[in-house]
Design a protein around this ligand. Structure first.
Ligand code: ADE
Ligand code: ZN
Length: 326
């Protein structure tokens, strides 16, 4: 069977990767030692054993704890560089990378430290790896609108180092409308807009992300088929969904990979893409997501090419570059 080989070799874009979710246990311990941070786990094996999640929140608690070892600009650079090398190995030509500044600024790390460290790794990837990468700043939705506004303010001097904003963290109970005014300001600033919606939350949150935040892409969106009118809207406006199959499996959004609705989303004509979300925590980078999902659901080569094309169509590269990719 040559499908896994095709999936590995296809050129692709990754559009839903949280850089803090690429922090492997080995690097967590290395940075903890380097920075004199103590961890509530004795070693890498013990930490990995804690990676048994029941839902989104059970993951987020451990994900924010892991990020506590990041203090210096070099730490952010090293984390992003490790991901970008891994992405190159998966034939990722273009990556749009989420980062969660509030996780760091709340611990006294400056916005400048975070953004400069991540951005220098993206620049280095272009010259040393031939991988094109850009940054998307995510607001944590469990925090207040005022906190998001303050975060945007802190990021504005670094405006040329990120291309857009997103919305992530605990979904249920924190609807997109909570951030209507921040996202309106971001649109005025010419930033691209994306939002996590319909990962665990209802179709109503996806509608809000589209109609209130004016999201250009929906991150996850796998709950959308519960509302046929929403599926028609997503198809009509060619709003991409950045789907993350192994994440959905590990966070119990679907009981088994075989139950995943990726194939049905494609059949409905949606611009679905495959992504890794938090690869260090969910057991696989981008090619693992493709290979395992295709094996479990019986997707075929034409759908593989469709997903690869979708990933470039859904990206924020300019129209001329898109034509070269697609
Ligand atoms: N932050 C990191 N991964 C996330 C996910 N899958 N959903 C919401 N917030 C996140
Ligand atoms: Zn995510």
């Amino acid at each position: 069977d040559r499908l896994p080989e095709l999936l590995r070799r296809m050129p692709k874009a990754e559009l839903h990767i949280h850089i803090e979710g690429s922090l492997e246990p080995e690097l967590i311990f290395q940075l903890a030692r380097r920075n004199g941070v103590s961890l509530p786990y004795a070693n890498v094996e013990e930490l990995r054993k804690a990676y048994a999640f029941t839902n989104l929140q059970s993951f987020l608690d451990i994900y924010y704890a892991g990020a506590s070892v990041l203090l210096k600009e070099q730490d952010f650079h090293d984390m992003a560089w490790a991901y970008l090398r891994r992405a190159q190995a998966d034939n990722v030509l273009h990556a749009e990378i989420f980062f969660d500044p509030q996780t760091h600024t709340a611990r006294g790390v400056s916005m400048e430290t975070v953004v400069r460290g991540l951005h220098s790794a993206c620049e280095r990837a272009r010259t040393e790896l031939g991988v094109q990468a850009s940054l998307i700043l995510c607001f944590l939705r469990h925090l207040s609108e005022a906190d998001a506004f303050e975060t945007l303010e802190q990021a504005l001097p670094l405006r040329d180092r990120f291309i857009g904003v997103g919305l992530d963290s605990s979904e249920v109970g924190h609807p997109p409308e909570k951030f209507a005014r921040v996202f309106a300001r971001c649109r005025e600033l010419g930033l691209h807009i994306v939002a996590h919606a319909g990962e665990e939350g209802p179709p109503a949150y996806v509608w809000q992300a589209l109609d209130i935040l004016k999201a250009e892409r929906i991150d996850h969106g796998v709950q959308s088929p519960k509302d046929p009118a929403l599926v028609r809207r997503l198809a009509q406006d060619r709003i991409p969904l950045t789907v993350c199959p192994l994440s959905n499996l590990k966070l119990c959004v679907f009981p088994q990979l075989a139950d995943h609705n990726l194939g049905r989303l494609l059949d409905a004509g949606l611009v679905a893409t495959v992504n890794s979300d938090d690869p260090a925590y969910f057991g696989g980078y981008l090619n693992d997501n493709f290979i395992q999902t295709f094996a479990a659901t019986g997707l075929t080569a034409p759908q593989a090419w469709q997903l690869a094309r979708n990933s470039f169509e859904a990206s924020f590269v300019d129209a001329a570059a898109k034509r070269r990719y697609v």
